[in-house]
Design a binder for this molecule. Structure first.
Ligand code: MSP
Length: 646
């Protein structure tokens, strides 16, 4: 009789194929991979899903810029993403593309279920739209007048659209987040979401008609389904929902959705509401991880400081990179990437601690016992302490993996690695070897070290399976099946033959490496800034007619009062005299100017811009500033206030 294994379903976000993925994106996938491997090794039937989120206006625009069809554009990038996962040896079980026919068909079926439930209605949407994020926002949701997710500017947009009655689910969602603490972690994100819901959930606009690169709304082909509704559905369409239910019945609800912090809202509010609408179970847990930052901010292609995982893998190997990502950063918090931190981790932990332990042990077994792992005889206090740490490490790793604290799980393993190294120094086998009467003590020492290394080779497998295999090859264990349970017992090894191989992690000359990496980084940044400068000359907005330009009324204004916005740190509120009129204009320039600096300046104003409210105060017009790359500069004039600028 075969025993049915417990199942485990883990997902990563599906990535936008809008450019090549950087090390920040790989962080989430590396965590999911380690967890999937850990669960498989400890006896679970695992489904590990990843994929690409390929629809939406942004992709359509990028394809247009390149003069190719959206499908040709995404095909190319998706194949690069698949190559990256293969280079990184990511053990996903299924790769979903939202352009796959089965997904398109199933998303339409999901839409219809929500529609038939009475949760979708047609209306008109007027809002503030962030094109890069493909999100509509209300004024209250904006941060300093900009998109709260990406910080970029938003435009007013109005369209006929279909809406999802998200507001109907407000109470149930609040109950979920308040009373099921496990549903969303870490707590800081859960609290953010609770206050977001408490501000009141508005119905969600779930269709677009201003572009067509998306899944058609089944009841109205003029509209395409909102990318987030399309993308979130991937977690169940990949399992066959709603028409080929065997994997769905087996794996749903998901055990874990791993997501970055900025998309927690979609996963812990919109996604559960969609599932409530189609009356399907909710995922067991959403985990929001932090971001990898560089130079104090986001990695950016235009700055040229994007860290390329393939480059690092070619130089240091895939296991070293995975180890660094999993060991260095704490789940849930942002972390800083620097070459120095990475190189130190690789050298100290991998080359010094782990590499040395294996090479010293194998060399000593070859030297003192003809390459055969000896038997053990008896136990002194050092042996006892090593054994105890070795057989309890697995339990500690399990506990940490349950909390997704990969860094602590690895630290638990390294407690054993360092203990074993210390054991060598305590036992001093080279001294024992000089005295024939100490042969049994020497044998015991080498045996215990081999056992500790065998256990380490199992414990590190989920994180660094290649290194595990290299160690097991040197220890003569490669033909034996790896089994997690074997990490809990000592004294399993027979008299097997070891064989010294190459250093598993060659030592790095940190100063030299650092110099080279920093030089490469600087060159990349220089090239990016040159490219950016060239692009600035060339990449203009589309041409406009003179009549369009004539619609803009530019006037000279004089700032007669300037103060900080009471509710927004980035905004300054100006009273601007224009001829006989005084009007209020708000600008997002508090970072670059104090109110005192602006007082009395004669500036250029877009005077006929429709007034808007920014954080509760009206702004009538816009002051023109020049961007010098680092900060804004005032565009001053000495003409009379109220005069036209032509
Ligand atoms: N397509 C959506 C997800 C839809 S899931 C139904 C998306 N794609 S993304 O490509 O922009 O981002 C994918 C993931 O990469 C997100 O979880 C995001 O947090 C993560 N990261 C992007 N840059 C990152 C870092 N610098 N550091 C860590 N994770 C980062 O959002």
């Amino acid at each position: 009789m075969t025993v049915k294994k417990p199942t485990y379903y883990i997902t990563t976000p599906i990535y936008y194929p809008s450019s090549n993925l950087h090390i920040g994106h790989t962080y989430c996938t590396v965590m999911a991979d380690a967890m999937a491997r850990f669960k498989r090794l400890s006896g679970y039937d695992v489904m590990f899903l990843t994929g690409t989120d390929e629809h939406g206006q942004k992709i359509q625009e990028k394809a247009k810029e390149k003069n190719v069809t959206p499908k040709a554009y995404v095909d190319d990038i998706v194949s690069g993403i698949k190559d990256l996962w293969s280079t990184m040896e990511i053990s996903y079980d299924h790769f979903i593309r939202t352009t796959d026919d089965y997904h398109i068909d199933r998303v339409q079926k999901i839409f219809m279920k929500m529609y038939e439930k009475g949760d979708i209605y047609k209306s008109e949407y007027e809002g503030l739209y962030c094109t890069p994020c493909e999100s509509f926002w209300t004024e209250n949701q904006l941060e300093k007048g900009c998109c709260p997710d990406c910080g970029r500017g938003v435009n007013k947009a109005k369209e006929e659209a279909y809406f999802f009655r998200l507001s109907n689910y407000q109470d149930k969602l609040l109950d979920l987040l308040e009373n099921n603490k496990e549903f969303l972690q870490p707590d800081s994100r859960r609290n953010e979401m609770i206050s977001f819901i408490k501000q009141g959930l508005e119905d969600l606009c779930i269709s677009r008609s201003t572009f067509d690169w998306g899944i058609p709304v089944p009841i109205d082909e003029k509209h395409v389904i909102y990318v987030w509704l399309d993308a979130l559905s991937n977690y169940i369409t990949a399992l066959g929902y709603p028409d080929a239910m065997s994997d769905y019945n087996k794996f749903w609800p998901a055990d874990i959705h791993l997501v970055g912090k900025e998309i927690v809202r979609f996963h812990s509010i919109i996604w559960p509401a969609m599932l409530m609408s189609i009356e399907e179970p909710l995922p067991k847990k959403v985990l929001g991880h932090g971001w990898l930052l560089i130079d104090g901010g986001k990695m950016s292609k235009s700055k040229g400081n994007v860290v390329d995982p393939v480059f690092l893998i070619e130089r240091y190997g895939v296991d070293a990179l995975k180890y660094f990502l999993l060991r260095e950063y704490s789940f849930g918090q942002d972390g800083i990437f620097t070459n120095e931190i990475m190189l130190k981790r690789m050298n100290y932990d991998l080359s010094n601690d782990l590499g040395n332990l294996v090479s010293r042990t194998v060399s000593m077994i070859e030297k003192y016992n003809d390459g055969i792992v000896p038997k053990s005889y008896g136990e002194d206090e050092f042996d006892k302490s090593l054994k105890e740490i070795a057989i309890t490490a697995g339990k500690n790793v399990e506990k940490e993996m349950d909390n997704f604290t990969f860094n602590v799980a690895l630290e638990e393993i390294w407690i054993l690695v360092r203990r074993a190294n210390k054991y060598i120094d305590e036992k001093m086998p080279w001294i024992l070897a000089k005295d024939e009467s100490k042969k049994k003590e020497l044998d015991t020492c080498l045996h215990n070290l081999s056992e500790a290394i065998r256990i380490i080779s199992i414990l590190i497998y989920p994180f660094m399976h290649n290194t595990s295999a290299k160690i097991r090859t040197q220890m003569g264990l490669i033909d034996e099946k790896i089994d997690w349970k074997d990490a809990f017992s000592f004294d399993m090894l027979g008299e097997i033959k070891v064989k010294k191989g190459d250093a598993i992690f060659p030592r790095l000359d940190i100063d030299k490496e650092l110099e080279e990496l920093e030089a490469i980084k600087e060159a990349n940044m220089k090239a990016a800034s040159e490219k950016e400068n060239q692009n600035n000359e060339l990449e203009l907005k589309p041409e406009i007619e003179f009549e369009d330009f004539e619609k803009i009324d530019l006037r000279v204004g004089k700032i007669i009062k300037a103060e900080k916005h009471p509710k927004a740190d980035k905004l300054l509120v100006f009273q601007v005299e224009m001829g006989s009129e005084v009007r209020q204009i708000i600008s997002g320039v508090a970072k670059d100017f104090t109110p005192e600096e602006m007082l009395g300046k004669s500036i250029v104003v877009v005077a006929n811009l429709k007034p808007i409210k920014l954080r509760g105060l009206e702004s009538k017009g816009m002051i023109i500033f020049a961007d010098n790359g680092e900060r804004l500069e005032i565009v001053e004039t000495c003409a009379e206030s109220g005069n036209p600028v032509a």
